[in-house]
Design a protein around this ligand. Structure first.
Ligand code: SF4
Length: 349
């Protein structure tokens, strides 16, 4: 590859075609950090309104460090992968306590912060601090596996290492911020997963896969394991005060610290054991009424099949922090996973 010609073609295209995005307005490392964490596994169009609301609410590292975790999760509600938000806040707290609120500008300190992997580290160092460090995510792997015609599985660590090594020679030392963003933009707009737009591609002349007619065969990627399906009955349990029973999920694992309506696993319990299960877990006698509907929620490794039921109880419960009855307004204040947010419509109806 003629590296300087490649950089020139890529950067010229980028400067003419880049999208106006709110985190590109300045080179504030905190904003770049927030945007990069939000953009993991999530599309740009989805992220924009979340990013704007988040920065309005938590405009500085100090503001985020001081915020209640529940408020941060509420601002993240609907974006998914909630550990990203928790790790971000923990790392920002460390930045405030150890570095006076200034996001570190070196690989070692930045890489030691929780939730900052090589990709985010590269993005912050290059975009905010203009350092020639690669920022390699799945999109960049796809683009470079085609450009350099790499026949290795891109999900393997050694392939990532190989691309990292090659990229350290290819990245522009004059304008690494634009270079990394240009590659990301190329992956998002032109060199897309299923049908790369080679005919209009600004770096087509440098692309090995295109010159061999192999752009659609690459990248090579091992098939992800099939997700495990699990079935639950979810109960919207209403008391006499028109409040609903909700509980806070564990502080570790999937959807940690988010709130939910009680979920009864159906594999071990058939429907007529659901009331008994609720009594055992919450000490409440409930009566199961009509079924509201069905919902499916797909995570990376698991699929929830949710049957949503209405239920009532005449009883009250011992006060606990993590299991409460809440009226409609109180429900809306708390962070819920998307699937449980969708169930709110049965309550509003
Ligand atoms: Fe991707 Fe095609 Fe451009 Fe190569 S020519 S980088 S395969 S869009």
């Amino acid at each position: 590859m003629n590296i300087s010609a490649f950089q020139h073609d890529l950067l010229t295209w980028y400067h003419e075609n880049k999208r106006e995005l709110p985190w590109r307005e300045d080179q504030d490392p905190y904003k770049i950090w927030v945007s990069e964490i939000m953009l993991q596994q999530t599309k740009v169009d989805t992220v924009i309104p979340y990013f704007e609301r988040f920065i309005e609410k938590f405009p500085t590292p100090e503001a985020l460090a001081e915020a209640e975790e529940q408020d941060v999760l509420k601002a993240w509600e609907g974006l998914g992968y909630y550990s990203r938000a928790r790790n971000l806040q923990n790392a920002v707290r460390e930045v405030v306590s150890s570095y006076g609120g200034k996001v570190p500008d070196n690989e070692k300190e930045l890489g030691d912060l929780k939730g900052i992997g090589p990709y985010t580290k590269g993005a912050i160092l290059s975009i905010a601090y203009n350092q020639p460090v690669p920022a390699i995510d799945g999109n960049v792997m796809r683009v470079f596996s085609r450009l350099l015609m790499i026949d290795e599985d891109i999900s393997l660590q050694r392939t990532k290492k190989l691309v990292d090594e090659k990229l350290r020679n290819i990245i522009s030392t004059e304008d690494p911020a634009s270079f990394n963003q240009a590659i990301m933009e190329l992956g998002a707009l032109v060199c897309t997963p299923r049908s790369p737009g080679c005919l209009l591609c600004p770096v087509q002349a440098h692309c090995e896969a295109f010159s061999h007619g192999r752009e659609k065969e690459l990248p090579i990627k091992a098939k992800a394991k099939k997700q495990r399906e699990v079935a639950y009955a979810v109960l919207l349990i209403r008391n006499k005060e028109n409040e609903y029973l909700i509980e806070k999920r564990d502080e570790k694992g999937l959807l940690a610290n988010l709130w939910q309506f009680p979920m009864v696993p159906l594999a071990a319990n058939n429907l007529n054991q659901v009331e008994e299960w609720i009594y055992k877990h919450y000490g409440l006698h409930v009566q199961l009424n009509k079924k509201h509907g069905k919902l499916k929620h797909v995570f990376t490794h698991i699929i929830w099949n949710l049957d949503v039921y209405e239920a009532v109880t005449d009883e009250t419960m011992e006060k606990k922090d993590s299991v409460i009855f809440a009226g409609r307004e109180k429900l809306e204040e708390r962070p819920f996973p998307v699937s449980h947010q969708k169930m709110m419509k049965y309550i509003r109806e």
